[in-house]
Design a protein around this ligand. Structure first.
Ligand SMILES: Nc1ncnc2c1ncn2[C@@H]1O[C@H](COP(=O)(O)OP(=O)(O)OP(=O)(O)O)[C@@H](O)[C@H]1O
Ligand SMILES: [Mg+2]
Length: 222
């Protein structure tokens, strides 16, 4: 369902060409969970952005569901990304002026797919992340761990085949970190999606079915 073949990424800056990823290849299928670790600056976020189709490889190929998403025109790619891919970022990117419910529903609003079914699913997810008593709160009225749980619910609203998390527990204390990772695995188990998470935590990485380490642009399974 997801495969990377000799994926390379470099960035042109006014001063130099920065090579970040060097011939990264792996495949994974629904139900699998992958952890990606590596030193700061090794290219973890860059790799997650490419898999999430937010940026395209310099060379090499990414296939999702047997097709190259970068063959799609931009509006189709945006719709594909919205439907098929859920993101949980370290700093959650919630919209401060909207409630928990509205934030979770946001990916359904973007493409006019919102309806009662969407709201029911949002309610179920908000319940699953333990926030049914905070449904009308704004992000500013939530704790850091609660905001992260909203981000998890939002990432899952369209039931994506691919769930990508960039240091989902990075800003949380140990107890909250365990709670969020338990939640991610529970929802991953139910949905049978592909879960890929970048983490600095070796203990979190050890909970994943597979573990990749990035070092100077090279990705090796460990
Ligand atoms: N748009 C860009 N232009 C130039 N260089 C970039 C760009 N984006 C990232 N880089 C460089 O690519 C390298 C990898 O960045 P990336 O954000 O993927 O690292 P990371 O492994 O996620 O690090 P961290 O653990 O600190 O989040 C860094 O050295 C960074 O400076
Ligand atoms: Mg990063």
């Amino acid at each position: 369902m997801l495969s990377l073949s000799k994926v390379t990424k470099y960035f042109e800056t006014p001063r130099e060409t920065v090579q970040v990823l060097n011939a990264v290849s792996f495949s994974t299928s629904p139900g699998e969970s992958l952890a990606i670790t590596g030193p700061s600056g090794s290219g973890k976020s860059t790799l997650l952005h490419l898999i999430g189709t937010l940026d395209c490889p310099s060379t090499g190929q990414i296939e999702i569901d047997g097709m190259d998403p970068f063959d799609l025109a931009e509006p189709d790619l945006a719709a594909f990304r919205n439907r098929e891919i859920g993101f949980v970022f370290q700093d959650h990117h919630l919209l401060p002026q909207y409630s928990v419910m509205e934030n979770v529903l946001m990916p359904t609003l973007a493409f006019g797919t919102n309806n009662d079914k969407g709201e029911d699913r949002a309610r179920t997810l908000i319940n699953q992340v333990g926030l049914s008593h905070r449904i009308e709160h704004r992000p500013g009225e939530l704790s850091g761990g609660e905001r992260q749980r909203v981000a998890v619910a939002r990432a899952l609203i369209n039931d994506p085949g691919l769930l990508l998390c960039d240091e989902p527990t990075g800003s949380l204390d140990q107890a909250r970190a365990t709670e969020i990772s338990d939640l991610l695995f529970e929802l991953h188990g139910k949905a049978g999606n592909i879960l890929i998470a970048v983490t600095h935590s070796q203990s979190l990485a050890s909970r994943f079915g597979r573990h990749f380490e990035l070092e100077e642009g090279t990705c090796a399974e460990v």
